[in-house]
Design a protein. Structure first.
Length: 290
């Protein structure tokens, strides 16, 4: 088992940082973190992946953690980084597992690298928002974040996001408490676990190592058209959503299920935006079985 940070140099000269844990000779699953997030995002119990024979590989996306920022990047740019990472590790086929903002990254990787992606898990993952009813069931804070990201220029978004992130990092425990007003009962219960609180704070802190350029650019990407048709995703996609999640409501999963051809839906009662942690084993089991 290993969780040390490793890096590769991409063809355009950028550094991409990643971690690995679990069974390093096992079936590769490339994990795609949320926003804010980083290569440190994972289940606190790393033995789950190891017990399932899963090699978990988690890269920082451009501008997060220790991966270099890529100006003007689009969603369609991301699979190129994943392809180069897999090549550098000698990996042919792999599964992808994206949480929250990482869900669209998993979807686009399955689309562009369909010959290499064995299966995809899109877990509480945002759907395209250039459609009617895209924000139905979403809490006011997340709805405002999407709408502001679509409307305001990058320099202004960086200013306000930087101030917000500075306050969060200065007192992360207070930031967690402030966010509790929009969290589900299941999420509140999970955050009572000290290991999970430490894990969440850790990946928050690392996400802004270089500032907030990566966080802001990704918010702009998620608020924009994705640039490809969901109907053209070929690998099987497991969709995991929870009824009480108001950050990424279940209707987003239902939209993906109606447009991605080969899906297995896991639409579950209760839960919340952090329920991927309580279902970590089941999500990985479904991926490696596929």
């Amino acid at each position: 088992m290993s969780s040390e940070t490793k890096t590769i140099t991409l063809r355009d000269g950028r550094t991409l940082a990643y971690t690995e844990h679990g069974d390093l000779s096992g079936q590769p699953v490339i994990f795609m973190h949320g926003n804010p997030g980083s290569r440190l995002m994972r289940h606190p119990d790393e033995s789950i992946a190891e017990s399932l024979g899963v090699r978990m590989i988690t890269p920082d996306r451009p501008g997060y953690g220790m991966s270099d920022f890529l100006p003007k990047r689009t969603l369609l740019d991301f699979p190129g980084d994943i392809e180069q990472l897999a090549d550098s590790l000698g990996i042919g086929e792999f599964a992808v597992f994206g949480v929250s903002a990482g869900g669209p990254c998993a979807a686009v990787t399955a689309y562009k690298l369909s010959e290499r992606v064995k299966a995809a898990a899109i877990v509480s993952g945002a759907s395209p928002v250039d459609r009617d009813g895209a924000f139905e069931g979403m809490n006011d804070a997340f709805r405002a974040a999407f709408q502001i990201s679509a409307k305001y220029p990058g320099w202004l978004l960086r200013y306000f996001t930087g101030r917000q992130m500075a306050a969060t990092l200065a007192n992360p425990e207070k930031a967690l408490e402030v966010g509790n007003t929009r969290r589900s009962a299941a999420d509140l219960a999970l955050l009572e676990n000290p290991a999970i609180r430490e894990q969440v704070i850790g990946y928050w802190q690392e996400s802004a190592r270089q500032g907030v350029k990566g966080i802001v650019r990704e918010a702009q990407i998620l608020a924009s058209p994705w640039g490809f048709r969901l109907e053209d995703i070929q690998p099987q996609a497991h969709l995991w959503y929870w009824q009480d999640d108001t950050a990424v409501p279940m209707q987003m999963g239902e939209y993906l299920a109606a447009h991605i051809p080969n899906t297995v839906t896991h639409f579950l009662p209760g839960g919340g935006h952090l329920s991927f942690l309580t279902h970590w084993r089941e999500i990985l089991e479904a991926l490696v079985a596929g």
